[in-house]
Design a protein around this ligand. Sequence first.
Ligand code: BGC
Length: 759
Amino acid sequence: MAKIFQKNIKTLSKKDSFLYETLFHNANGYIGVRGCLEEGVPADFNTMRGTYINGFYDIVDMKQAENLCNFIEKKDTMLNIADTQTIYLFVNGEPFDMLKGNILKYKRTLDMDAGITQRDIEWKSPKGDKIGINIKRMTSFEELSLFTIEYKVTALSGNVSLLFSSKHIPEVMNYSDPTDPRLAAESPKFISTIEAGINDGVSYALCETSRSKLKCCSVVSHEISDAKSRLCTVKDEDGNLTCDVVSDLKKGESVTLVKYSIFTDSLRCEDPLSSAKEKMAKVLDNGLKYYYKKQAAYLEEFWAGSMLEIHNDPKMNEAVNFNMYELLCSSAKDSYGNIAAKGLSGEGYEGHYFWDSEMFVIPFFVLTDPYLAKMLISYRYRTLEKAKENAKLLGHKKGALFPWRTITGVECSGYFPSGTAQYHIVGDIAYAIVNYYLTTGDLDFIKKYGEEILIETARLWLDVGNYVGGTFRINDVSGPDEYTCMVNNNYYTNRVAKYNLSWAVKFYELLKERGIEKELKKKVQITAAEIKEMSEAADKMYFPKISKDGVIPQDDSFFDKPVWNIKATPKSDFPLLLHYHPLHLYRYQVCKQADTVMAFFLFPDAVEKNTQKKSFEYYEKITTHDSSLSKCAFSIVASKLGMQDKAYKYFGNSAEFDIRDLHDNTSYGIHTANMGGSFMAVVYGFAGLSINEKGISIAPFVPYKWSGYSFKIRFMGSRIRTDVTKEEVSVVLEEGEAFAMKIYGKKTKITKKKTVVKV
Ligand code: BGC
């Protein structure tokens, strides 16, 4: 099934233009370029003309009004780097501008098989010249530093004289919005040029950030299809570089300008300028077609390993595939970066990484491309020392406290009740490592990196918690629900902490059993007594007592608070965080997102199903889903509890969240966690996938609107395909060794011969 997302557009509207910058952005995990119009937009249009490098940052002040002990006063921020997407076009002297003259046809396309975005336009200039324009853009998976624009113009009504004025602007600003807490409030200039110039028509600019003192380099080169066209590149007094191309076309003729941009940075290479120039020489040698071919081949492999098809519901099929594609585009391919809450599609949340990565994105990659999951975890390992320093700042004598939001590993949250206090991120990282191990069996990774993280995080829990009446308690933390902060014994947090502690012990025992624990022991200086302490804290972990109505309290005091009346709250007051003081919200039973419910997904056997059901129904009534991370979690748990219609309803909202801009904020960037969540809602939810120490199992159902669905996942190095219809489930091994899997509770050997089970 071709994977194409298309929009036929009649006029250029303010709202859509901003939104499509996100929906049609190009990214490959290293660079991201928003889908801004090459020719720009009128001054009264909102635009975030951005190009970003994953993990590349500057440092900005985060002034605290009251400078209490060890409050952070600086934070990382993702940078907007050189603008190389601007190309002005003049047709017989008139600027191409979609708001002038007439748009005769206009279509924007994201081709998820080819890995390119396109604009197809037929335009009549105010003077009456008709031209066809086709613009293809790509951020290459083969050469991660490469961004290309292929700009083709066809003379439709008569002879035209064209001038392309293609820009390379090194010094740009970040976007800001002082009215929205989810965006940066100010927009200083982060970047200045150290060196810029032109060599053989190729422009280059080496820039430095103002405080992190990192360097990034952009190199731009052009090719024109018509040998008669004239190219000339100049640098102006502002340091901007322009390549002007003049081309004359007769009616029916076309000309194509190809613009290659290479981006490099000093995080990943010592000399970004030489590296960018070398890369450019190689790219020009290979040519654009070569990269198009490689792009398609890369995606063919991606879809072969990550296929998910929904039968009979093309809209949902498109939405889920869009989400999966965007995850691939957003996720770092090395350990210098991670996956930001908005990927590389916009500046919302300043390019910070959250627990989103571990709980919503890693579950996708673990099943489809474990190498990328490993990279995301490796990034955490890279920042382990900083997490230990962070723990010290917070007064802990030992352990690692990963920051709530960050780029480099330092805490970047300025408001600790719904930031730093979300200690659950520590347990989430541990959970993701265990998940990676249980799905891949990669003990070598655990030995070298994973267990070190688990030990340091388990140590943190030992230092955070304390014993009361023989039970281990964790006070003054915030769970995932950001409308309830600074509480004692948040159910979710205590669950992940218990898991973290017990797996630190399990892995240690496993490595010892295999005689491969020595290196680790030396590195982390772990003693038998400390292992015992971890084991005890896990065993004695306290959980808030189930109420007499059979519901699990989100934390110790949750049920002492009045219930917020969601139904009586005006629609315009949502999201509540933009309309109510946080402290006010904390005093009510009102949830921004799945918290206790999310724990049911992660730990389905921890409490009885009936308690989970009652709790689910309770939290459903008091959850606003103001966070995009919420409905996907509700969907998965509804599936697991047999509430199929609810599961589908929540899933639909999650799947279409960005592609249909359901929260009216996709313009600022996609919501990567929710994108992973929508995949999980199908595979973990509808298909009932479960992977734990006992092995792998599925128990699928088909939502009432569908005739069926198919998906591929990896387990222990093998790849399987599962087809689900209302009548039967079939599973076949596509790659690797046969293994045992439970289907509806019955152990079955999955081989190259299709296993068919009647529903
Ligand atoms: C959610 C957090 C999430 C963050 C970034 C917030 O709105 O409450 O759970 O980590 O967004 O996506």
